[in-house]
Design a protein around this ligand. Structure first.
Ligand SMILES: Cc1ncc(COP(=O)(O)O)c(C=O)c1O
Length: 412
């Protein structure tokens, strides 16, 4: 399978610049990917020539814009192999998607005496909304712990689930460890156990990292919710997707009120809401970003996700081997990591390492990565994280490796 990474890189003008007099080495794609020209062109063409507010419009431009937006809903459904476009809700990103589920599904279906399960490797986006809701409703949050090699302790899951467990919410791929969780197996295990208690347990997958490094198939996974962000998928910021099974979405109340999400509003007769998914999209949507996201889906399908992911896998294997050659460097997680490689260099704070790397034009992320409970579990306050995308090369890793060696010598 030939993958021409050099030609892919031509689509990303942002990669071809100097930072601090060095050619940019962009190793921060887990935070946000660079954008290809194709996405930018589609967005600017739409903004300049096809733009109009969607929904309710009677004029040609509005009707066209509405139809373009709804086509992207279908593209999103195709991208994650959902059974219909009506299972796709446009949201700002993963964070908003999880907040939507918490405030709509959670408020209706999770009671005071219930519990939910999250894991020790979650991003704050999959912790804080549940914590906030539990303060209002009073349910318990149970935590599935991880092993020293950064894997979920699945043998403990059965002990956490009982007849009162309403939701299991966990990440597809850890944004710190790069651990890829066996999502399908976990869902089967959890749902079978809940069924043995005669109850139904719903599963939410935080796919912020999962959707960018693996082909996801909703019908195969059988999760109830899957959340991901456009800006980590070579698309614009401010747009993301919440997938939810139609049968569940139909039972969920709206969480934000306003225009575009109602059927009727009357002071006398009250308010009736639009069908799902539209009743979850109050107000004027981020139309331009939705169009850009559609272009990102097209772009990824044109270059071939399978080829891109097998390229990424080679880069990750190479990066793991290379970084292990630096004696002072401590790697976190295990060698099957996807997309991200986190480490600390001796006792140096990750900010110092990150600042030095920046002087060489190398962009990595430092700090707690919005995963403070995981930092606590790893017994560290912060870490360096290099993360890759479809455009990352072995040369990028070599530049990182050489710079880390130099920093290690300089800092001593
Ligand atoms: C695993 C994971 N979950 C959730 C998020 C939040 O995504 P967003 O900020 O796009 O809403 C991120 C972003 O870094 C992430 O890596």
């Amino acid at each position: 399978m030939f993958y021409n990474v050099i030609s892919i890189r031509q689509d990303f003008p942002g990669l071809h610049q100097k930072v601090n007099n060095h050619p940019l080495v962009y190793l921060d794609s887990a935070a946000s990917t660079q954008k290809p020209l194709q996405v930018f062109k589609k967005e600017s063409e739409f903004t300049l020539y096809q733009y109009a507010a969607v929904h309710r419009g009677i004029h040609t431009l509005s009707i066209q814009a509405t139809s373009m937006m709804e086509k992207v809903r279908q593209k999103a459904a195709n991208f994650i192999h959902a059974s219909s476009a009506e299972e796709i809700v446009f949201v700002k990103g993963t964070t908003e998607a999880i907040n939507l589920v918490a405030n709509s599904f959670g408020r209706k279906f999770i009671g005071k005496n219930d519990n939910i399960i999250i894991t020790e490797m979650e991003h704050h986006a999959n912790i804080v909304p549940w914590y906030m809701l539990s303060k209002v409703i009073g349910f318990e949050i149970r935590i599935l712990s991880i092993s020293d090699t950064g894997k979920l302790k699945l043998e403990k899951l059965n002990k956490l689930i009982d007849a009162q467990t309403r939701l299991l919410s966990f990440t597809h791929i850890s944004n710190v460890l790069g651990t890829i969780n066996p999502v399908k197996e976990i869902i089967q295990q959890a749902k079978t156990l809940a069924a043995s208690y005669g109850t139904e347990l719903h599963v939410l997958i935080d796919g912020a990292q999962g959707a960018m490094h693996s082909i996801v198939n909703m019908q195969d996974l059988d999760c109830d919710f899957y959340a991901f962000s456009g800006h980590k998928l070579y698309g614009p910021t401010g747009i993301g997707i919440l997938y939810a099974k139609k049968t569940i979405l139909d039972q969920m109340p709206p969480w934000e009120g306003g225009g575009s999400m109602i059927q009727n509003v009357s002071f006398k007769n009250g308010i009736t809401y639009a069908d799902a998914p539209w009743r979850f999209e109050a107000g004027t949507p981020n139309i331009t970003a939705i169009i850009g996201l559609g272009a990102a889906f097209d772009y990824l399908s044109e270059i071939g996700q399978e080829k891109a992911f097998s390229h990424e896998e080679k880069i990750m294997t190479y990066a793991t081997q290379k970084l292990k050659d630096i004696p002072a460097l401590v790697l976190f997680g295990n060698d099957k990591r996807k997309g991200v490689i986190s480490f600390n260099l001796g006792t140096h704070h990750s900010y110092d390492v990150g600042l030095f790397l920046d002087q060489y034009g190398i962009a990595i992320r430092t700090g707690h990565h919005c995963a403070l409970p995981l930092m606590n579990r790893l017994n560290i306050s912060a870490a360096c994280r290099a993360s890759i995308g479809i455009y990352t090369t072995q040369d990028d890793i070599d530049v990182l490796f050489n710079a880390l060696k130099r920093i290690n010598t300089l800092l001593g």
